[in-house]
Design a protein. Structure first.
Length: 340
């Protein structure tokens, strides 16, 4: 394979290599006629830019690293899709890594992305993550980071998250106004911001209405289908069964559906189910899942644009935290009824 260099193009046109370099970068110093000649010849000769050399010269890779917990979860697929589009619009490449909800994988992914000289990182924490040392390193070596959805709240990094506590309160208010008071919560891990805030909202609204918070109806676990199934089987062993199960996300809700089907318990006739999710996927449930609607596309775009701004900012700015509002959508997994 013959590699065409800028000097080869320059020799053909009897100009300097600097002139060729500037023309290929659309520099204003070069006249439109000369740019056209150089670009036309470069294409004819099969010139391919040396991206590695460009990165070394500019100390920029024009590459963003993404660390995401899971790709089986359609929520993250939507998030990543929008991140890819937003990055491409700003001429950034993307390196995608998946932790599979394992802290050790997450740490290795971040270390590898550092080694690949990414300009910045978009990170959603795994459900296992407890150790903040890798994030302290990122701060020390001054790599821009934006957390999305799940964050380390004690770390001083920009983040884009849903307003989960407020979303839980507003949504459960609708449920309680309809006459339901026996509400359980499958809470996710409390070490994550999403598990913590969603449980806080649940407890706050029950206490506001004078409804007892029953410890046996709060079951902490993970964020996967199997966790919803396990939690449901644990819940139905209690003497009293709730009217509503409020789940930390729609994958846990799917586990509840599976558990209820196996136990012969009808949704919504015998028990209602609601959870955090996305309207596009909630309609795939049978019956359709009542949700606290989160728009993953909006999350992905805002996070990517925030990171690119962080990469390009000339001076440090005050750390930002953006909250995205959520919307309660009543679907078929809970029977509507008037207040009793």
């Amino acid at each position: 394979m013959i590699t065409v260099r800028q000097t080869d193009i320059a020799k053909k046109l009897n100009v300097s290599r600097v002139t060729v370099s500037k023309a290929l970068r659309n520099h204003p110093d070069i006249s439109p006629d000369m740019k056209e000649k150089i670009l036309k010849l470069a294409k004819k000769m099969g010139y391919v830019p040396n991206l590695i050399a460009r990165q070394l010269n500019s100390r920029r890779s024009s590459t963003i690293g993404i660390v995401v917990p899971d790709l089986e979860n359609s929520f993250f697929s939507y998030v990543i899709s929008e991140m890819l589009d937003a990055s491409a619009e700003k001429n950034y490449h993307v390196l995608l890594t998946v932790s599979r909800e394992k802290e050790i994988n997450e740490t290795r992914n971040i270390e590898n992305l550092i080694g690949m000289r990414v300009d910045g990182l978009l990170i959603c924490l795994s459900q296992e993550t407890r150790d903040s040392r890798i994030f302290s390193l990122l701060k020390q070596i001054k790599i821009p980071v934006v957390f999305f959805d799940r964050t380390f709240e004690k770390m001083d990094f920009p983040s884009v998250v849903f307003d989960d506590k407020k979303g839980a309160i507003n949504s459960l208010e609708n449920i309680i106004r309809s006459g339901y008071t026996k509400i359980a919560h499958f809470a996710g891990y409390q070490e994550t911001n999403i598990g913590k805030k969603r449980l806080e909202g649940y407890k706050a609204v029950l206490r506001k209405h004078g409804i007892p918070v029953k410890k046996e109806w709060i079951i902490e676990g993970g964020f996967e289908v199997k966790d919803g199934f396990t939690s449901f089987n644990k819940l139905i062993k209690n003497k009293e069964i709730p009217e509503i199960i409020f789940t930390v996300n729609d994958r846990v809700a799917l586990g509840v559906y599976n558990g209820a089907h196996e136990a012969g318990i009808m949704i919504p006739e015998n028990i209602g189910v609601m959870g955090y999710g996305f309207s596009d996927t909630a309609d795939l449930f049978q019956p359709s899942l009542t949700i606290i609607n989160q728009d993953p596309r909006k999350l992905g775009r805002i996070a990517a644009e925030m990171l690119i701004n962080e990469i390009n900012k000339p001076t440090p700015r005050k750390t930002k935290k953006i909250f995205i509002e959520e919307e309660f959508i009543w679907k078929n997994s809970i029977l509507k009824r008037t207040n009793l």
